[in-house]
Write a protein that binds this ligand. Structure first.
Ligand code: CA
Length: 227
């Protein structure tokens, strides 16, 4: 049974979600403040953390950075409103996905299951080379011209997925389904945000692409710039 940690200060939301997620087959523990949540995440080693960004004692994104310094546990953040800047900040701080309040427990449950599946479905394939890029899915390392790229888990999965299909246009829908395990789409913004970070780490931009080429209205493809 997956063990979840719910960090949420609103007692009504906390108890409703605890009940609903328990009914859906998860083990649920909860914490009413950020610092208690951080302590529990370290002590109990949950399989996934649901983190409310609006906490009384500490900014949710700051807490996420502190958690990321000590743990790679998957994190879904709950934002109070559809605030793009806050969402991007949370994804940048290492969140795996997000939900916007108010959300139904079944919606959160679907996201939780998708994130948990992602963690256990690593492709076991040989190293891939595209131009100066070398990606080792087993070691989960990527280098560009011999330099190691510092990639988040999602950035790595995205790069590996595109590299395995180099020269082919991959749609955002396919990326959401295969990298994010969200077959019904929904978080398009997430794909764009991660693509832009990946570009930055590859040292290129959308307007002057080298490896990552956007095909407007279709998707994105990774190409060998020397080919
Ligand atoms: Ca709150």
């Amino acid at each position: 049974m997956p063990q979840l940690l719910l960090i949420e200060d609103d007692p009504a939301i906390r108890s409703a979600l605890t009940r609903a997620l328990t009914e859906r087959g998860h083990g649920v523990r909860s914490a009413p403040t950020g610092m208690e949540g951080l302590q529990q995440a370290v002590d109990d080693r949950p399989d996934l953390v649901v983190l409310d960004l609006g906490l009384p004692d500490i900014d949710g994104c700051t807490l996420l950075q502190m958690l990321r310094a000590v743990s790679s546990v998957p994190v879904i953040v709950a934002t109070a409103r559809d605030d793009e800047r806050e969402t991007v900040r949370a994804l940048d701080a290492g969140a795996d996905d997000y939900v916007v309040k108010p959300f139904a427990a079944e919606h959160l449950d679907a996201r939780i299951r998708a994130v948990l599946r992602r963690g256990t479905s690593a492709e076991t394939v040989a190293a891939l080379a595209v131009g100066g890029l070398v990606i080792d899915p087993q070691a989960r390392t990527a280098t560009l011209d011999g330099r190691t790229l510092d990639l988040s888990r999602l950035e790595f999965d995205l790069l590996a997925h595109l590299a395995a299909r180099s020269g082919t246009v991959v749609s955002k829908r396919e990326l959401l389904a295969d990298v994010w395990h969200l077959p019904y789409g929904g978080a398009d913004k997430t794909v764009d945000v991660h693509l832009s970070w990946l570009r930055r780490k590859l040292g290129e931009t959308a307007t002057e692409p080298v490896y990552l080429h956007t095909v407007r209205g279709v998707g994105v493809k990774l190409v060998d710039p020397g080919a």
